[in-house]
Design a protein around this ligand. Structure first.
Ligand code: HEM
Length: 286
């Protein structure tokens, strides 16, 4: 095998390229996110003297990528639907939130280092989050259309109930009613689950996956500041979190394969509202 350089894909990522001299049917293309195994389709006899190869691979997040080569020229890298959905979400982060991929202007969200969280605000956030997760979890339980999203291992309703009881017992706090942030988000989710399943899936993805990423960093900051470093049940999952996430990613990719181009677009475009609604819950902490 010989390492023969770099390619820059349309998605602006740089890949290293390794191929086995004289065996044109096999190429490895990789970077820190992606490993693509390129298999040549023998189309050369169709277009004389041109070698056409298709690349197919999965990145470490389980998203499929496709690439096309004509001779030694790499034409594109296309990610599976979940990869596109993730890109939409990552762009809406500020640089402070996600330094590698965030593109939103800094005034979109109060920087976390300026937050002044209180236990009252944290309890309110947990109560509102419980309304949202309970809503998502009952929608997937009650509608056969969403049955692939039952018992994924990502469910948060029960851990949140335990954490709310902990605040009540440990700190003698009275549990507040859910604020408009949680109630309005739950009402929107219920509506979308019937009126636009692709938009509903976008919110579903963002709510669960945001919590596994930035949500955990937020939990760590709040635990250090307010809870003598206790890790709440909200931030702990039974089994292996990555496996649960991979399962849900595969289910979203699977369901997206049944959608029209317009439905896929409706899903992608629900990303900004999902940030807006989830952001209104996060503001309870800031
Ligand atoms: C203070 C607020 C937030 C912070 C600090 C934050 C931070 C992060 C970080 C560090 C990542 C991981 C990036 C990587 O894979 O390298 C991430 C991923 C992500 N975030 Fe956020 N985020 C915040 C808010 C949000 C909100 C409001 C949403 C949407 C409701 C959201 C949705 C996502 C999604 C979907 C991912 C991708 C998860 C994955 O692919 O595993 N985030 N976030």
């Amino acid at each position: 095998m010989e390492k023969n350089g770099f390619v820059r894909s349309k998605s602006r990522r740089v890949y290293s390229l390794i191929s086995i001299p004289d065996i044109r049917s096999f190429t490895l293309l990789y970077n820190q996110w992606t490993l693509l195994i390129s298999l040549s389709l023998s189309l050369s006899h169709l277009i004389s003297s041109h070698s056409i190869r298709l690349s197919l691979g999965w990145d470490r997040r389980g998203c499929a990528h496709y690439g096309l080569w004509i001779n030694d020229f790499f034409i594109f890298v296309k990610k599976g639907f979940l990869g596109e959905l993730r890109s939409y979400a990552m762009k809406l982060h500020t640089r402070e939130q996600a330094p590698r991929e965030g593109e939103a202007s800094a005034d979109k969200a109060k920087p976390m280092k300026e937050w002044a969280p209180t236990r009252e605000g944290y309890l309110q956030y947990l109560v509102d989050s419980k309304v949202v997760y309970d809503c998502l979890e009952s929608i997937v339980e009650e509608n056969t259309e969403y049955e692939a999203f039952r018992s994924t291992g990502l469910e948060r309703g029960e851990p949140l109930a335990a954490d709310i009881a902990f605040f009540e017992k440990e700190y003698g706090m009275t549990v507040p009613s859910a604020s408009s942030a949680g109630q309005e988000y739950a009402a929107l989710l219920t509506d979308l689950s019937k009126s636009s399943p692709p938009a509903f899936m976008c919110h579903y993805y963002n709510v669960y996956f945001a919590h596994t990423a930035g949500g955990r960093a937020i939990g760590k900051q709040l635990s250090d500041a307010l809870l003598e470093k206790k890790t709440l049940a909200f931030y702990q999952w039974e089994g292996t979190l990555k496996d649960h996430m991979d399962g849900v990613r595969a289910s979203i990719n699977g369901v997206a394969e049944t959608w029209s181009a317009e439905e896929k677009q409706a899903c992608l475009e629900a990303t900004a509202p999902s940030f807006q609604y989830a952001g209104s819950l996060l503001r309870l902490l800031a």
